[in-house]
Design a protein around this ligand. Structure first.
Ligand code: SF4
Length: 280
């Protein structure tokens, strides 16, 4: 039940005045406009440039067809409108719709930054409609897109390395860049059918099963999200110390390196090329 009680305020008028001021600052900030226009997918192009977005199961930093999937391409194609959390002046949420074709979708929540990376560069997909459909399936089945795509990417990597045999993958075509295979696998994971039953266990157990634990990109069993510690070293500490494993929400160090410093608290970015400069 909401709204039947409220916290008593020492000075209600002052609270409202400060809240309005804060609301205006947030509403008019440059970043707010960027996220309003493009959603969190606004960061996709920048992340790609900065090496913050892992490609092909984190084995590569660059994806040639990157521009085919971004916040801008979504805004120009399948975006219907924004969605905002209660009282938020930004509205970074995306509502998308696909009218026809095999990825036809009703109005539904569109992919945000992590999912745009998950079903794009990590698996080398450049089909935005297929990506939106994969996101839709994960949402209706209650599957986390980061864990799902990372697990599929890890299995593809191991299959390519010969650690998983063709007999084990239930006749599917396990290769990079095939969003239809991913869509097929999401269904198989959800209903634990065939190879989907193996994938449903996640990266750590797959690493154990195929003798490849050293290549399993996880901490505490949780698959790595899409802020690459090789781009922002501090994220390695966040991932290593977060109570629930690799969670980018437990410490957004990358934002500090991107300029969101708080000097009055001594929170400033480092120089990631410091050692390199000293060497020269
Ligand atoms: S409050 Fe909700 S809509 Fe607003 S920026 Fe945050 S996630 Fe986006």
């Amino acid at each position: 039940m909401f709204g039947s009680q409220k916290v008593p305020l020492a000075d209600e008028d002052k609270f409202i005045e400060v809240a309005k001021e804060a609301h205006t600052i947030v509403k008019e900030a440059f970043n707010s406009e960027m996220f309003r226009q493009l959603g969190t997918g606004a960061y996709v192009d920048l992340a790609q440039e900065m090496g913050d977005m892992p490609n092909i199961y984190s084995t590569l930093g660059v994806f040639e067809n990157a521009s085919k999937i971004s916040g801008s391409t979504m805004a120009e194609t399948i975006l219907v409108r924004n969605r905002a959390c209660y009282e938020c002046p930004i509205g970074c949420g995306r509502v998308v719709k696909i009218d026809e074709g095999k990825y036809k979708l009703p109005e539904t929540d569109g992919p945000e930054y992590e999912t745009l990376c998950a079903f794009r560069s990590l698996i080398l997909n450049d089909n935005l409609e297929g990506l939106a459909y994969a996101n839709y399936l994960c949402n209706i089945y209650g599957i986390d897109t980061i864990s799902c795509s990372s697990t599929i990417a890890f299995a593809t990597y191991l299959y390519e390395q010969g650690k998983i045999s063709k007999d084990e993958i239930s006749g599917i075509e396990l290769k990079w860049g095939n969003i239809d295979t991913v869509i097929q696998l999401i269904e198989m994971i959800a209903f634990r059918r065939g190879f989907g039953d193996v994938l449903a266990e996640g990266i750590r157990r797959i690493g154990e099963k195929y003798g490849a634990l050293d290549y399993a990109a996880e901490v505490k069993g949780l698959e790595i999200p899409f802020h690459d510690p090789r781009a922002f070293f501090g994220m390695a500490i966040c991932y290593a110390t977060s109570p629930r494993g690799t969670c980018h929400l437990n410490g957004d160090v990358y934002l500090i390196d991107l300029g969101q410093e708080v000097p009055e608290l001594g929170i400033v970015s480092g120089d990631k090329f410091e050692k390199e400069k000293k060497r020269k």
